[in-house]
Each structure stands twice: as C-alpha cells, then as structure tokens.
Design a protein. Sequence first.
Length: 219
Amino acid sequence: MDDESLGRLIAVTGPAGSSNGALAAAVASVRDAMPGSCAVILVEGVSDQSAIEALAVRQGRNLAQENVFVVPMGGATNIGAFVDLFGPRGLRARLAGLCDEGEEKGFRRGLARAGLPAGPDRDDLERLGFYVCVTDLEDELIRSLGTASVERIIAGQGELGSFRTFCRQPAQRGRAREQQLRRFLGSRAGRKIHYGRVLASSLDLTRVPRPLDHVLARV
C-alpha cells in the first residue's frame, strides 16, 4: 500500500473515533520487520483496543516488546482494507481480530475479498484467527464480571448516580440489568473506551471472555 492509499485509510478510521496513532505505529514497525515477526490484532474500535491492551497487562504481557499491535479499524466494514494492508497480500504480519456478532457476515465477506476466505462455521473463522463477541465486547465483559460487580465498578468510578438516573429513563424501564449496563456504557462519548479498560482490568483471569482470551493467545 502506497502512502496515498494509507492516508485514505487513516482518514476513514479517524472520523469513527479510532486512534490513527495505533495504525501509524503498526505500519511503521511492520514495514521494517521481517515478514511474520510482527502481529496485528484488528478490532472495530478504540474501546476494543483499550480492553485488549488492559487484559494483556493483566496477563503479564508487554505487547509493544512482543511486536504485537492492536489496531482499531473505525468499524468492522473496513476489515478488507486492513487485511489488504497487513495480511498476506501486504505487509505479511500475523493477523488476528475481533468483531461483534452483528458484524460477522460482513466481516466474513471482507476477509474473503482480501484473500482470507472463511468457511460457513464460526470455527472456520477462528482458524483464521478471528473471533466473534456475543453480542459485543461490552456484553462479554458484563457477563463475565456479573452485573453486581459491574455496578460496583461504576460506583468506584463515581458514576453510580448517573447510572441510576439513566435506568429511570422511560426507554430503559423494563430492560434487564445487563441491557441497562450495556446501554449505559455507550451513552456518552468516551465512556466505552474508559470502561473497556476498567472492566478488562477487573476480570478474574479464570473467567476471561472467550473471544478476548483466544485473540490474545493467537498472537
């Protein structure tokens, strides 16, 4: 990928709230490395990046020293362009990634267009190093931690009052607590990123959500 094409890719990720710095750092390092000596974990957004990097620290890993880069794509629909850049047709890094359940079909199509066709089963996708969060990353973290623990974490962040006010909104009444928590985490700019890190840092390492555990083990 030439510099002009890379610039267009950076422009695509920026408006979606992704960190262009992660993409630029990964490209600079992988370009100068031997093929296969670096790994790139492709994720939808910065909240996923935040959670994976926090979990890696909990597991005693230093991703930077290992030449492992977690790169937000600004949405799952950009997967094909990122695999073109980092995959076997491009810089030839080792690849892994995450997507939300609702994006799985589009993810598969993008991988196939970039030369990594997956079979019809989720196991086929995982053989390529890509894992699906059910329903999404926040849902995985909430189920792993339990609602009571997540509420305690929110209280520790000084936001329990805000959460309770949120739950009293008409649209939230009658929802299960898990749904209310998931909605709350996405209710303000930057909150998903913050809690991606905080919740992942609070995980019991024997109860790490499967997609997170496997995507890190892959690299």
